[in-house]
Design a binder for this molecule. Structure first.
Ligand SMILES: C[S@@+](CC[C@H](N)C(=O)[O-])C[C@H]1O[C@@H](n2cnc3c(N)ncnc32)[C@H](O)[C@@H]1O
Length: 307
């Protein structure tokens, strides 16, 4: 690992629990409980209309539904773009954004996504996945992590696969996300060591390299693991998913929770189209799709089989 690794991390927090983000959100929360209150303490003028515009824009672009309790979050996240683009009010920034090409829209989406994730999060999915691989040791393995965030999920899938199939198997997982910054970080495969708490010594040794000197406190996924993951930018609400062959397993976890019910239904119908009959769909712990019984049947805790 070289000395530049520290600079791979822009001051974008790992997730919304990040301290600086939380500090800003707390300050904003005090201010927007009543948008007409405390205007003098607010860095930027903020109105309900600004919030409604942000809400509509992010729903149309990413399917993300911000409920009214998310005002403070919207203020603090989008305020970052105002600072970075030199705008002095939300009104002015949002007018400007409407005239922009894709690059600024991507930044707007990036600041409004929530990227919390962890290695082997919801471990029962990886046990079931390992069992599925043991039953299909010859492949093909068409596996998709469709809201991969900073990479912990697809690397966990690849680790589980290498443990079952051995390091020489040609197993690949496709990892995608709408947020271009998290996908770039996933591709780098560099993490803080404390982010790997809970991984066994055996997994740490087999799959990670420890940083030394200026990189101490950081780890990098080993090239053999890195090569088992392909990265892409895919928006789940777009029509142009790139699949030509049916998928066997999809991890679609902790993303649909941000969509409203009609959007969830549309995404589930599309997932149904790309997963082969009998294929598996893993979803997040708070995601229940009992209304989609015509498409998927529950086969275990937050695990569905495609009908
Ligand atoms: C909370 S993280 C979940 C990460 C991982 N799947 C897990 O369960 O640990 C949600 C991810 O969904 C992504 N996301 C949100 N809207 C999306 C969309 N329309 N298309 C693809 N990814 C989206 C976000 O960028 C974020 O990285």
């Amino acid at each position: 690992m070289n000395g530049a690794i520290g600079s791979l991390y822009p001051d974008r927090p790992d997730h919304p629990e990040d301290r600086s983000d939380t500090r800003r959100r707390r300050a904003a929360a005090r201010l927007v409980e009543d948008p007409d209150d405390g205007a003098e303490a607010r860095e930027f003028h903020w109105t309900r209309e600004d919030f409604e515009r942000i809400r509509t824009m992010i729903r149309e672009r990413a399917g993300i539904h911000l409920h009214s309790g998310k005002q403070a979050m919207a203020y603090s996240r989008v305020a970052r773009r105002l600072r970075e683009t030199g705008h002095t009010s939300f009104h002015e920034y949002l007018n400007w954004l409407e005239l922009q090409e894709d690059a600024e829209w991507q930044e707007f989406v990036n600041v409004l996504t929530t990227n919390l994730t962890a290695f082997f999060r919801e471990p029962h999915h990886f046990d079931l996945f390992a069992q599925w691989l043991s039953r299909h040791p010859q492949g093909p393995w068409n596996v998709w992590s469709c809201a991969a965030s900073t990479g912990e999920e697809p690397y966990s899938i690849a680790m589980a696969a290498q443990e079952v199939l051995g390091g020489h198997a040609s197993f690949k997982v496709l990892a995608s996300d709408i947020d271009s910054r998290v996908i770039a970080r996933a591709q780098e495969g560099v993490y803080r060591s404390d982010h790997l708490k809970g991984l066994s010594e055996e997994r740490l040794r087999r799959f990670f390299l420890r940083g030394t000197r200026t990189n101490s406190g950081l780890v990098r996924v080993r090239p053999e693991l890195r090569q088992a993951v392909e990265f892409m930018h895919i928006n789940l609400i777009d029509d142009d998913w790139p699949f030509k062959t049916p998928l066997d397993v999809v991890f679609c976890r902790n993303v649909m929770i941000y969509f409203d019910a009609p959007t969830q239904r549309r995404v589930l119908e599309r997932l149904h189209r790309v997963i082969r009959p009998g294929g598996l769909l893993f979803v997040g712990h708070a995601e229940h799709f009992s209304d989609a019984r015509d498409l998927f049947v529950l086969r275990g805790k937050t695990t569905y089989e495609r009908l």
